[in-house]
Ligand binder design. Structure first.
Ligand code: HSE
Length: 438
């Protein structure tokens, strides 16, 4: 039986999961693959902490460059993370003719175009299923299952930490900081949790799948990114009253060549299937011209779910090696000559409807001043709610709008924020429902 040698770089949470599956499920994988996956090296700067795994002598080493330089290694699995040494090692591995598997979403989103070009130049495979949505096979779906479709849109919950925080606040009234600490303790949150909370992690993932879906280069720079740190329990309560839930959504749309790519807190109807995806789960709804809607859902983080996606990439590449080929499936789903540099639509041009909340003085005429400003900017109000006066000071005024242009909302909100009768910055949350479908 053919043996394929694997070199694993990084033995943190996911790295341990990959080693564990390769060692403990070795016979199972062999029975499906028809070859043996031999874990020749596991490299990590910390070789003293017990990982609970029984490595043979000489497997667990501290020098990652030994792995990428070893001529026996067929596939290098990068589980280090970050954009420094991880990138150097991937490039060196590819230059040495090794295929690469990575779960590194930040690196793929920021520098994936360079890595993809290098893989093409040296004719090796580069696979990154675990970079988006943990065990959900979204990249496989886009690169293989859905190739006959014009993808119209993808709407995803791609950050488990934010989904966990919002779900716990919504359903249990938990405190933001306490729930974030729990997500960190469970190992879901990034090392720097602002990557989760401010939407960057979801944006990394969205930039990758947007490229795959629409035949464009990865474009993180133009992916609009807004996190959940300003969402308050008041907004969650109002959302409930209006029949919505607030989710951090990653949305990509292709409306006749006009590409939207945006991550932001979003109100969606409670009846929407994504409203039911709670806790640390991820999900993505893909809409295509042949399929209609397909919903993928699963653990977007965690040791074994993420490792499962990594192993699926290793097995795909191993099958190519056994067949004596490389790059059978284009890295970004489209043949390189069909990948375009398509600009993402500026956020100011977005049309959607909005939830607006102001802290306004409770006195005669305030509502008419505010609605006057909205009217001057062409914004039509669908409904208004004002909480009755409890004591002197401000009261929340909440408005839902009909479809409006983002730029007009922005300008109107700046004007309203400057009014003497309004305190604090107004809260703006975009609403996504059936009327937003392309
Ligand atoms: N921090 C990420 C999340 C982990 O919370 O979803 C998986 O990418």
């Amino acid at each position: 039986m053919k043996t394929i040698a694997i070199g694993l770089l990084g033995c943190g949470t996911v790295g341990v999961g990959v080693a564990k599956l390769l060692l403990e499920n070795r016979a199972l994988i062999q029975s499906r693959l028809g070859a043996d996956l031999h874990l020749k090296y596991v490299a990590d700067i910390d070789t003293t902490t017990d990982r609970g795994l029984a490595f043979d002598d000489g497997v667990f080493i501290s020098d990652a460059f030994t792995v990428v330089e070893d001529p026996d290694i067929d596939i290098v699995v990068e589980m280090i993370g970050g954009q420094g040494i991880a990138k150097d090692l991937i490039l060196k591995a590819m230059e040495n003719g090794k295929h690469v598997v990575t779960a590194n979403k930040a690196l793929m989103a920021s520098q994936g175009n360079t890595l993809i070009e290098k893989a093409r130049e040296v004719n090796v495979d580069l696979a990154y299923e675990a970079s988006v949505g943990g065990c959900m096979p979204i990249i496989k779906a886009l690169r293989e299952s859905l190739v006959s479709n014009h993808i119209r849109s993808m709407t995803g919950i791609l950050n488990g930490t934010c989904n966990y925080i919002l779900s716990r606040i919504t359903d249990e009234g938990s405190e933001f900081a306490q729930v974030l600490a729990e997500a960190q303790a469970e190992g879901y949150a990034e090392a720097d949790p602002t990557l989760d909370v401010e939407g960057h992690d979801a944006a990394h993932k969205l930039a990758i799948v947007t490229a795959l879906a629409f035949g464009m280069e990865i474009n993180l720079a133009d992916t609009y990114t807004e996190g959940i740190s300003k969402i308050t329990p008041i907004d969650i309560d109002f959302a409930r009253q209006f029949g919505y839930r607030i989710k951090l959504l990653a949305i990509a749309k292709n409306d006749n060549g006009k590409i939207e790519a945006r991550v932001h807190p979003t109100m969606i109807p409670e009846s929407n299937q994504l409203s039911k995806i709670n806790g640390i789960l991820n999900a993505i709804m893909i809409t295509g011209d042949a399929i209609g809607d397909v919903l993928l859902c699963g653990h977007g983080a965690g040791q074994l779910p993420t490792a499962s996606a990594v192993i699926s990439d290793i097995v795909d590449i191993a099958r190519n090696i056994m067949a004596g080929i490389a790059r059978r499936i284009p890295v970004l789903s489209y043949q390189p000559e069909h990948i375009q540099r398509i600009p993402v639509m500026p956020m100011d041009e977005l049309f959607t409807h909005y939830y607006l909340r102001l802290a306004a003085l409770d006195k005669p005429g305030v509502l008419s001043i505010v609605s006057g400003v909205l009217g001057q900017h062409g914004i039509s109000i669908k409904s208004v709610q004002q909480i009755s006066r409890r004591k002197a000071g401000t009261v929340p005024i909440v408005m839902l709008t009909h479809h409006a242009r983002e730029l007009d909302i922005k300008n109107a909100m700046a004007e309203i924020a400057a009014l003497d009768v309004v305190e604090d910055d107004p809260m703006v949350i975009r609403i996504e429902d059936e009327s937003n479908h392309v």
